[in-house]
Design a protein around this ligand. Sequence first.
Ligand code: KG4
Ligand code: ZN
Length: 338
Amino acid sequence: MSILILGIESSCDDTSAAVIEDTKILANIIAGQEVHKNYGGVVPELASRAHQQNIIPVIDQALKQAKIKKNQLNAVAFTRGPGLLGSLLVGTSFAKAFALASDIPIIEVDHLKAHILAHFITVDKHQKTPAFPFICLTVSGGHTQIVKVDDPYTFTMLGQTIDDAAGEAFDKAAKIMGLPYPGGPYIDKLASKGDPLSYKFPKPRIPGLNYSFSGLKTSFLYTIRDKLKEDPSFIDKEKENLAASIQHTIIKVLLDKLVQAAKITGISDIALAGGVSANSELRKALKEKGTEMAWNIFIPDLEFTTDNAAMIAMAGYFKYLRNDFASQDIAPYTRSNF
Ligand code: KG4
Ligand code: ZN
């Protein structure tokens, strides 16, 4: 008999609900929050309020689209953390109440592990999934990690950022250029028309497999500040080249460490995950690197790159197989517990 799981994601600024039947997605509904656009970043208080408004409609829609009745569900999986506390509380409390009313178990899911496990969502039946152990480069707005995955339950952090995440580097560069939040997709679009070698930014020298992106942001800021003194319309004239150059540098930094991780571990199944994996140049560069290094590359479908509940339901499914359920007194956590 197949297992039906309702997934709920509310860690940051997307309210999402999904229904999964074993590894197959029946619905994946995402409500974004426009309210943060004017603030240059996510405003936690506004995010929690929007989650509270969106959560019931999003869940209703997911169940309707999946053509599933509440009483058919086997479990509810929810994001326990990391993320914004107020946002996480909305999803966590809803999951608890829903499960109690429906007399089904709850499953707590780590958001970052879920980004990785999104690779096991069945999109089409010929699709290949990574073979264990594999390495995943998780690049999101809050995290940048190189993780070794031995099985769906065993994750080892090989490296991570010591300051800004890759997504933050994109978003901060975009903010400096006066682009809306989140700026990653705007940089991606502008970069496609620019020359990636027109501006040089120093690459961080961080030992081991860790990353650092805060110096890059500062160097980008100073370059622009100096040029603006000579020409006030500098950003406008050069936005495509600036976007292409900063994007090129971020990708180079990301891939250099990934190559090191693959060499150290001898692992050649390499996956990408997280919001920044929507970046068109990163996807292309990883494919090229994969060919050069003879890696098997796994890049998520665009739908499963940024925050979504399908990945939460997927991670929940693996835990369901082990009867790994949470109790009603469980609380969210805001920081990664890797
Ligand atoms: O995983 P995600 O949706 O949320 C977090 O868990 O953080 O990632 C959001 C991040 C943002 O920083 C956003 O700018 C970035 O992913 N992003 C992109 C692109 N699409 C989203 N960055 C670069 N290029 C894109 N196309
Ligand atoms: Zn995320």
